[in-house]
Design a binder for this molecule. Sequence first.
Ligand SMILES: NC(=O)c1ccc[n+]([C@@H]2O[C@H](COP(=O)([O-])OP(=O)(O)OC[C@H]3O[C@@H](n4cnc5c(N)ncnc54)[C@H](OP(=O)(O)O)[C@@H]3O)[C@@H](O)[C@H]2O)c1
Length: 143
Amino acid sequence: MKTSQNTVLIIGGTAGIGLEIVKQLTALNNHVIVTGRNKERLDSALSGLSNVTSIQFDVSKAEEVDQLVERIGKDFPNLNMVINNAGRAIVYNLADNNQDAFANAEDEMLTNYLSIIRINQKLLPILKALPESAIVNVSSVVA
Ligand SMILES: NC(=O)c1ccc[n+]([C@@H]2O[C@H](COP(=O)([O-])OP(=O)(O)OC[C@H]3O[C@@H](n4cnc5c(N)ncnc54)[C@H](OP(=O)(O)O)[C@@H]3O)[C@@H](O)[C@H]2O)c1
């Protein structure tokens, strides 16, 4: 897998591991499309970085996935790398009645597992049209 001159989509690239990946990839002359739910976080994380496109996006929302895939197909047909980095782990006490354990688990499964399957399948036609492409899933035991 070549590490420069790629067009990369990173889901969840405004903090932590994702933001560091964005910095490393832009330094290696890749164009990086960075997503995150929070607009302020997107703006402040990417200020000072060049060769990036920021898109406010929530991977857990089906309609937003459709809109993103359509935009990528139109504006970035050379997309050849997808990094699924968004993740969620909720720490709470199961005996605490103020916490909805089912809702927490549902949220975790949607963000860490189900959404990744959905977006990967929808992006595959774009990725498969190119000679060399890759999907990288950054995950955890939560998924
Ligand atoms: N840190 C660790 O010790 C550790 C250990 C094992 C595995 N991991 C895995 O590594 C990955 C990154 O972890 P991290 O600690 O660096 O995370 P983090 O600092 O919490 O950053 C998560 C990033 O994902 C974005 N994000 C969250 N939910 C999203 C959604 N629904 N749609 C789009 N973007 C979303 C966040 O921005 P917004 O909140 O603005 O959307 C942020 O940019 C995760 O998949 C995590 O499970 C981390």
